[in-house]
Design a protein around this ligand. Structure first.
Ligand SMILES: Cc1cc2nc3c(=O)[nH]c(=O)nc-3n(C[C@H](O)[C@H](O)[C@H](O)COP(=O)(O)O)c2cc1C
Length: 151
């Protein structure tokens, strides 16, 4: 059974909608177990026991949300060498950009040595049905790949 951890922060609900769509996509894979956690509640154990990780953040001041950074700050040292090539995807809600948050998350993912397994979903402005569909696919892809052990 593949366990997918989805860690996100959301202030006004946009990233949260995306996170729920990622979770729905992951749950659509038979046998996948999904753990959806707000970044402030997500623990090192959640990370270590997950087979795949999806991180969602709004872009704030051209960077990831502080709560998502806090999750990385809290887990980095203890997770080092234990999460090598753990499958990873990212989704971002931005007002009009998203590149700063993406770059920052990608740099941190490199530090953990996660393996990015699918292109990021970046929403600019309103969360559309198309974005939610992309998030569904993102969740289905990481869960399906983990379930089939292809990463
Ligand atoms: C403090 C703050 C800073 C922001 N900075 C950016 C930014 O640098 N670039 C951008 O495109 N949007 C920026 N936004 C807009 C948010 O990224 C956008 O509203 C996003 O959808 C919020 O997601 P949430 O509802 O999950 O919190 C900012 C919003 C806030 C509150």
């Amino acid at each position: 059974m593949a366990k997918i951890l989805i860690v996100y922060h959301s202030q006004t609900g946009n990233t949260e909608k995306m996170a729920h769509a990622v979770a729905k996509g992951a749950k659509s894979i038979e046998g996948a177990e999904v753990l959806l956690k707000k970044a402030g509640d997500a623990t090192l154990e959640d990370l270590l026991t997950a087979d795949g990780l999806a991180v969602g953040t709004p872009e704030n001041f051209g960077y990831m949300a502080g709560m998502v950074k806090d999750f990385f700050d809290r887990t980095f040292y203890h997770a080092q060498e234990k999460v090598f090539r753990k499958p990873f995807v990212v989704f971002i809600s931005a007002g009009n950009d998203g590149t700063g948050a993406l770059k920052a998350v990608e740099r941190i993912a490199l530090g953990y040595k996660f393996k990015t397994v699918y292109q990021p979903v970046i929403a600019k402005g309103v969360i559309t049905e198309e974005i939610l569909q992309q998030c569904f696919e993102l969740g289905g892809t990481i869960a399906g790949g983990c379930q089939m052990n292809i990463y």
